[in-house]
Design a protein around this ligand. Structure first.
Ligand code: GRF
Length: 186
C-alpha cells in the first residue's frame, strides 16, 4: 500500500538535497534512496544511516524498462511520495503516469525561467538581478509542472555560475524539506 509519508528520494550523484531531506524530515520518512548510478556518492551516505538503497545502471536500457524497475522498488517499499533530487534522467511518460501528482523535483532556477541545464550561467548572461530555486510537481514536460515553492537568491556583483550555484544550493536545502513536510499532508 502506498503511504504518502513514506518518501523515496531519487538521485544520480552527490545527493546534498537528499541529505537535507533526510535531516529535516518531520512529517515524512525517507525510507528509500534510489539511483540510476550505482556509484552515486549519496547512496553510501544513505546506507550508512540505515536507509534502504536501490540502484541499477540505466545505460543500455530503454527508458521505460528502467523506469519499471524503479517503480517496482518503490512499490516494494510502500512509497507514496517520490522526491527527485539531482536525478539526471528524463522519466518515461509511463512512470510519470504511475506517480502523477505524487512526485516532486527541485530545480535550480526561479521557474518558469530557465528549465533544463546551466541555469546559473543563463541567469548571469541575461543580467538577471536574482536567481533561485523552485520545487515543482513532475509532469511529462521537463521542469514545467505546478510550482509549489521558490526561494529567490540575489545575484551579487562579481558572481560566477559557481558562486551563484553555491548560494542557491544552500537555499535548495532549506526549501525542499519545507515543501515536502507540507506536501505529504495534502
Ligand atoms: C541541485 O542543484 C538540484 O537543484 C539539481 O541538481 C543538483 C543536485 O545536487 N536538480 P545534489 O545531488 O542534491 O547535491
Amino acid at each position: 500500500m502506498r503511504d504518502p509519508h513514506r518518501v523515496a528520494v531519487l538521485i544520480s550523484g552527490r545527493g546534498s538535497n537528499m541529505r537535507a531531506l533526510v535531516e529535516m524530515a518531520r512529517d515524512y520518512e525517507v525510507v528509500l534512496v534510489a539511483s540510476n548510478k550505482p556509484a552515486a556518492e549519496g547512496l553510501v551516505w544513505a546506507h550508512e544511516r540505515g536507509i534502504a538503497t536501490w540502484a541499477a545502471e540505466s545505460k543500455g536500457q530503454t527508458r521505460e524498462a528502467f523506469d519499471r524497475q524503479v517503480s517496482a522498488a518503490l512499490e516494494d517499499h510502500g512509497i507514496g511520495t517520490v522526491a527527485l533530487a539531482g536525478f539526471m534522467r528524463i522519466l518515461s511518460p509511463w512512470f510519470v503516469e504511475q506517480w502523477r501528482g505524487r512526485m516532486l523535483n527541485i530545480h535550480p532556477s526561479l521557474l518558469p525561467n530557465y528549465p533544463g541545464l546551466d541555469t546559473h550561467a543563463r541567469a548571469l548572461a541575461a543580467g538577471d538581478e536574482a536567481g533561485g530555486c523552485s520545487v515543482h510537481i513532475v509532469t511529462e514536460e521537463l521542469d514545467a509542472g505546478e510550482v509549489l515553492g521558490r526561494i529567490e537568491v540575489p545575484i551579487l556583483p562579481g558572481d560566477t555560475p559557481q558562486s551563484l550555484e553555491e548560494r542557491v544550493l544552500a537555499a535548495e536545502h532549506a526549501l525542499y524539506p519545507r515543501i515536502l513536510n507540507e506536501f505529504v499532508n495534502i
